[in-house]
Structures are given as C-alpha cells and as structure tokens.
Design a protein around this ligand. Structure first.
Ligand code: NAD
Length: 288
C-alpha cells in the first residue's frame, strides 16, 4: 500500500517507521523531520497518491484543518485513518467530509503510549465503515497488537475517552488510598498484596502501581518520568467532559478527576510528570 503519514511527533514517527519496513510511506510534519523516512513538502503532497492517509495530530482543531487540506487532494476511494485522540464531534465531522469527498474515514485512537508505538504493540479502537476497517486492519497489525471495531464513525474516540475516564478516576482513587494506607501505618507491599488480589484491584494498582518499588516496573520506579504524562490525561479528561456535556450524561467522578488533574498540572507542578505522580501529591497533603 502507498501510505501518507501526517504528524510525525512522539507517536507518529515510530508508527510511520514501523509501516515503512513493509509499505511505501511518505510523511509530512510542520516541524518534525525524522531521519529515514521519505518526506513531502506539504500535507497535500503526502496525501495525493496514497491509498491510506494516516494522521497523528495534537487535537481536533488541527485535525479538521489538515483534513480540509488533504481530502480534496486524495484519490477517489482512498481512506483517511486518523489515529489522534480528538473530540467525538471532530471525528464525526471529518468522517462526514471524507464521505462527501468520495473517501472513507476511520477514527482509530490508540492506547499504549510511545513504547507501544515504537514496539508495534498499540491497541486501536476504531470507528467507521466495516469495509474500510477491513482494508486498514493489516496496518493495525503492523503498528499494534489489537484493533477493536467499535461501530460507526466517532465510536473509536468514544471508546478511548470512556476508557481513559475510568483510568483517571481509578488512578486518583489508587493514589489517595495508598496515601491513606501510609498514614494508617500500613506497609505498601502489604497494601499492594491485598488490593491487587482483592476487589480494589484495577490496572492502575496491578499493572501500573504508583508506589515506587511495588508491583511491576512502572514510571513510579523512574522518578515519575512519563509514561503517560499528567497533561495528556488532563487532555483526555477534558474530552470526556466535552462529550458528556454534549450527550447530557451525568459523570460526577469524571468531572472530579478532570478538576483534580487540572489543579495538578496547572498549579501544583504536575506538568511533565507521569499521571501516577498523584501519589506523592497526596502524600504531602492534609485533610482540609
Ligand atoms: P506530538 O506533539 O509529539 O506530535 C504531534 C505532531 O503533529 C508534531 O510533530 C507536530 O509538529 C505535528 N503537527 C501539528 N500540526 C500539524 C499540521 N498542521 N500538519 C502536520 N503536522 C502537524 O504528540 P504525540 O505524543 O505524538 O501525540 C499525537 C496524538 O496521539 C495526540 O492526539 C495524543 O493525544 C495521542 N496519544 C499520545 C500518546 C502518548 O503517550 N504520547 C498516547 C496515546 C495517544
């Protein structure tokens, strides 16, 4: 397949590099120019000859602008595969525009971070027409280990933000419980051994324990260097609140998690730290 790849940042560059091992890839980025990849002069140039154009961009506004530039340049029947994390509304608007231009669109945000992008072990959650999903499935298999078709356009983004809303809430609950356990004189290893095999178990506890030296290797063992940065968690929690607002859904825990990560990132030095650095935050605090 001929692939155009637009957005060659932390995630896009290694994803494009993996695809370039077995496909013809032409990349474009306004700033980044990773070595070893054929680069075009513009997004439209990267897109015009491609069977599939992949975008991996920071947000929905930029995605909409890039889509408006590339859709008229793409050949009839080609597929726009967006892997960015964006709002559901932008994903659905871009898909409608693609369809009107004689193209197909798949929204397929990822889970797995920079390590998953580099190692080709991402999980994709996809929305869009089944035929287009089937066409890009071999590309998911190169860039990742699992791809779930979640339904029509926008449903990939819906799955991503609902998953990350659970993650943000459970990470906060895990960190506040570990900080409380400390104050009650409970050994952290004992706390982990109990919770990880009891009804408080979750991915945040079992696979990504925020307490250094406890559980499997995680960013807490590396000075809370991301991993998954607190500001990216805040981005996703903001997206879930935008979606909840639009869908008239009551999400009090998601809202509380959003507010706490906003406070952490904007006022408490959490920017640049892993999202599990909520534990040292709680350790320092007292009941107000
Ligand atoms: P990044 O900022 O490193 O990369 C984005 C790239 O897009 C940059 O290189 C930037 O120059 C480029 N860009 C911006 N505007 C452009 C335009 N108009 N045309 C072409 N290129 C443009 O971000 P990232 O970490 O690679 O994340 C990309 C997406 O993946 C985001 O939506 C993010 O939420 C999502 N994501 C990131 C992670 C992670 O751990 N980094 C994990 C899951 C999902």
């Amino acid at each position: 397949m001929k692939i155009g790849f637009i957005g060659l940042g932390n995630m896009g560059a290694p994803m494009a590099a993996n695809l370039a091992k077995s496909h013809e890839v032409v990349g474009f980025d306004t700033i980044a120019a990773p070595a070893g990849l054929t680069l075009a002069q513009s997004a439209a140039d990267a897109a015009n000859d491609a069977d599939v154009v992949i975008t991996m961009l920071p947000n929905g506004e930029i995605l909409r602008a890039v889509a408006a530039e590339i859709h008229p340049a793409m050949k009839a029947g080609a597929i726009h595969l967006d892997c960015s994390t964006v709002d559901v509304e932008s994903a659905r608007a871009v898909a409608a525009e693609a369809e009107a231009a004689g193209l197909s669109a798949i929204d397929a945000p990822v889970s797995g971070g920079i390590g998953g992008a580099t190692n080709g072990t991402l999980t994709f959650m996809a929305g869009g027409p089944a035929a287009a999903f089937a066409t890009v499935e071999p590309l998911f298999a190169i860039m990742g280990q699992k791809a779930v078709h979640c339904g029509p356009s926008g449903n990939g983004q819906a799955a991503k933000i609902c998953n990350n809303m659970i993650l943000g809430v459970t990470m906060i609950a895990t960190c506040e419980a570990f900080a409380l356990a400390d104050k009650l004189g409970l050994d952290r290893q004992a706390m982990f051994d109990v919770v990880s095999t009891s009804s408080g178990a979750s991915w945040s506890v079992n696979a990504y324990c925020p307490a250094p030296g406890i559980g499997p290797q995680s960013p807490s063992d590396n000075g809370y260097k991301p991993g998954f940065a607190a500001e990216l968690m805040l981005k996703d929690l903001n997206l879930s609140q935008m979606a909840a607002e639009a869908a008239d859904a009551d999400t009090p825990m998601g809202q509380a998690a959003r507010d706490l990560y906003a406070q952490f990132v904007e006022n408490e030095g959490g920017s640049g730290k892993d999202f599990s650095a909520m534990l040292p935050r709680f350790e320092k605090r007292h009941r107000t």
